[in-house]
Write a protein that binds this ligand. Structure first.
Ligand code: NI
Length: 164
């Protein structure tokens, strides 16, 4: 478990990490600092408030946990689930064909797709994906990097078996 204590020092964020030693009830504390521009820190504080965080400790702690979970997800050898949202202009030359070609090639990883016609030009596609993390990540990267895709985001999830 990580809890972060942050001391405001102009643009230096100091963090204290508490590690509970199992069975002993002792806490080992490690400290580290992050130097970022004051502008970035101001924007972080604004974003944090918008997300209704009361202090930086919890906000930074959640970012750290999210980062660790993502890395563990990517290294896992288990079957996982993911959802990919793509936003694109359907008139982009060859884009629809390319997106369909990639999805057909990897049909074992694509469970379902939903297509939304947003307006005259823009479409949104949401893909439910399954497979090994590296397969899903690679498939998502290939689709997102197609010319004409304006935005793409993969949400990594699990099959839920280990979550109680
Ligand atoms: Ni459309």
């Amino acid at each position: 478990m990580i809890s972060a204590l942050i001391r405001e020092d102009k643009n230096v964020i100091s963090l204290r990490k508490n590690i509970t030693l199992r069975g002993l009830g002792l806490e080992k504390t490690a400290r580290f600092s992050i130097s970022i521009s004051s502008d970035l820190l101001r924007r972080f504080d604004n974003a944090m408030r918008e997300k209704t965080y009361i202090n930086r400790s919890k906000a930074v702690r959640d970012l750290i946990v999210d980062f660790i979970v993502e890395r563990e997800w990517e290294k896992s050898e288990r079957q996982v689930m993911g959802s990919l949202t793509l936003l694109y202009e359907h008139e982009a030359r060859g884009l629809l064909e390319r997106l369909a070609e990639i999805q057909h090639e990897r049909s074992s990883n694509v469970v379902s797709t939903m297509h939304v016609h947003i307006d005259e030009h823009n479409c949104m596609e949401v893909l439910a994906l399954k497979g090994l993390p590296r397969e899903i990540r690679e498939l998502a990267d290939r689709l997102i990097s197609c010319r004409g895709v304006k935005h793409g985001k993969l949400v990594m999830s699990t099959r839920g078996e280990e979550i109680t």
